[in-house]
Design a protein around this ligand. Structure first.
Ligand SMILES: Nc1nc2c(c(=O)[nH]1)N[C@H]1C(S)=C(S)[C@@H](COP(=O)(O)OP(=O)(O)OC[C@H]3O[C@@H](n4cnc5c(N)ncnc54)[C@H](O)[C@@H]3O)O[C@H]1N2
Ligand code: MOO
Length: 409
């Protein structure tokens, strides 16, 4: 049995970044740029007003005072969306202008409306107003050809406005990884709230997988629940493989029970089993395989907390690498209480990360067993209890991984 770090290294060794593709803006969130992005359009693309007010030639306000205000004639009204004009402001003229409207030639400032008085079609300005105020100059954010984002940048929601304003229709990206989720177990009931028959349980990790993958920034392209027979598992696998998924994840049937068929079915179809079992707790029976067509498969153990650990500590790092993202570093936090764990395993503990006087602290929860969902619902992090250390003392610094960290973070 490999240690966690050796098992993870083996998994990551098989992660080749997905091929680049041209994706539209609406699909680009969570993708990684696969080439430098240069501006096709300047922004702003024309000089425009930063305030509602009057576009003026500052020279017309020279010497103005409360006693002797400058009187300018309001000749036109300009709104955002107007096409702009070649007609320059003449001496003594002001243009009523709205935020975002193109500034007419000759205007060097926009004086906010609240600094003026209006008298019919005349505007009164009672102090000299300097040049260069409240005009957003063409190209002052970026010019045509500027480097906007470097290759390898993850497209976050904050970056979407820049992409939208860049003038491009499509973006060269490494697509978000696509995953298919298969729950195995004839005891599983997929309809929430349906009356359970003797022996049945609600499928709790199926909905978890779908939502956790989405929160992580991956696409869950499909989800199937199958019974405890290899045949229906194979049918679900075939359906998944017919879709453009990168990775298939199953839960359950990877241990040593009579109905633990996942490994045998994979071998029968010609898959290469790369990993089965690691010195981790929970999640020891984890399986990782390469399917005959080169795509990858995770068989996560069925206990829901083991499933969550396998997803967070093996599959998400693999999916990050497929997305072209660097490996995630652990968060360091101070342990609030001593904790002991089985020696010879890397143990992942359900925990609460919190801030205390500016210091990051972490508390291991009661109820670490891998079927216990209540402690799982309250956790926001995993503590990594290293192999070979029986007891971690209160106040020790430990490595943690946020439970819900998305690829975006
Ligand atoms: N003799 C041994 N027995 C077991 C070992 C072992 O080493 N020797 N390992 C244990 C560990 S650790 C785990 S984890 C489980 C993993 O077993 P499987 O992956 O084969 O999973 P199942 O047997 O199918 O299910 C385990 C458990 O989880 C429940 N389950 C499964 N799927 C779901 C779901 N979608 N939602 C909610 N609960 C689910 C299932 O009903 C079982 O109770 O094996 C141990 N046994
Ligand atoms: O590790 Mo199993 O994954 O303990 O429940």
């Amino acid at each position: 049995m490999l240690s966690y770090s050796d098992a993870l290294a083996l998994v990551l060794d098989h992660a080749a970044p997905a091929a680049a593709a041209e994706w539209p803006l609406g699909e680009a969130i969570g993708c990684v740029l696969a080439g430098d992005l240069h501006a096709k359009t300047a922004s702003p693309s024309f000089d425009n007003a930063a305030m509602d007010g009057y576009a003026i030639r500052s020279v017309d306000t020279a010497g103005a005072s409360a006693e002797k205000p400058a009187h300018l004639t309001v000749s036109r009204t300009l709104a955002a969306g107007d096409p702009g004009t070649n007609v320059a402001l003449s001496a003594g003229e002001a243009a009523r202008i709205m935020t975002g409207a193109p500034v007419p030639p000759g205007a060097v400032s926009v004086i906010p409306v609240e600094m003026t008085q209006q008298d019919g079609e005349t505007v009164l300005i009672s102090a000299a107003y300097p040049a260069g105020r409240n005009i957003r100059l063409k190209g002052s954010d970026f010019a045509v050809g500027d480097l906007l984002l470097a290759s390898g940048t993850l497209i976050t929601s904050s970056a979407i406005p820049l992409l939208a304003a860049s003038g491009h229709e499509r973006f060269r990206v490494r697509p978000r990884p696509g995953v298919w989720w298969i729950s195995t177990g004839r005891e599983l009931v997929d309809e929430p709230g349906r009356q359970l028959l003797p022996g049945q349980i609600y499928n709790s990790s199926g909905p978890y997988g779908e939502t956790a993958l989405k929160a992580a920034g991956c696409d869950c392209l499909g989800r199937t629940t199958v019974g405890d027979d290899g045949e229906s598992f194979r049918r679900a696998l075939d359906a998944a493989l017919a879709s453009p998924v990168n990775v298939i994840i199953s839960t359950g049937a990877v241990s040593v029970g009579t109905y633990d068929f996942v490994r045998a079915e994979l071998e029968a179809m010609g898959a290469e089993i790369l990993l089965h079992r690691a010195r981790v707790k929970p999640g020891k029976p984890i399986l990782f395989a390469k399917l005959p067509d080169g795509r990858h498969f995770f068989g996560l153990p069925g206990n829901p907390v083991s499933t969550a650990m396998g997803l967070r500590m093996f599959a998400i790092p693999f999916l990050r690498a497929l997305a072209g993202l660097p490996a995630e570093q652990p968060v360091k936090a101070r342990l609030s209480d001593a904790v002991s764990a089985t020696k010879g395993f890397t143990v992942f503990l359900k925990a609460g990360l919190f801030e205390d006087n500016g210091k990051l602290m972490v508390t291991p929860f009661n109820g670490q067993e891998s079927y216990k969902l209540h402690s799982m619902a309250l956790m926001n992090a995993w503590i990594v209890h290293p192999e070979g250390i029986e007891t971690l003392n209160g106040d020790e610094m430990v490595n943690c991984f946020p439970a819900d960290r998305s690829l975006f973070a």
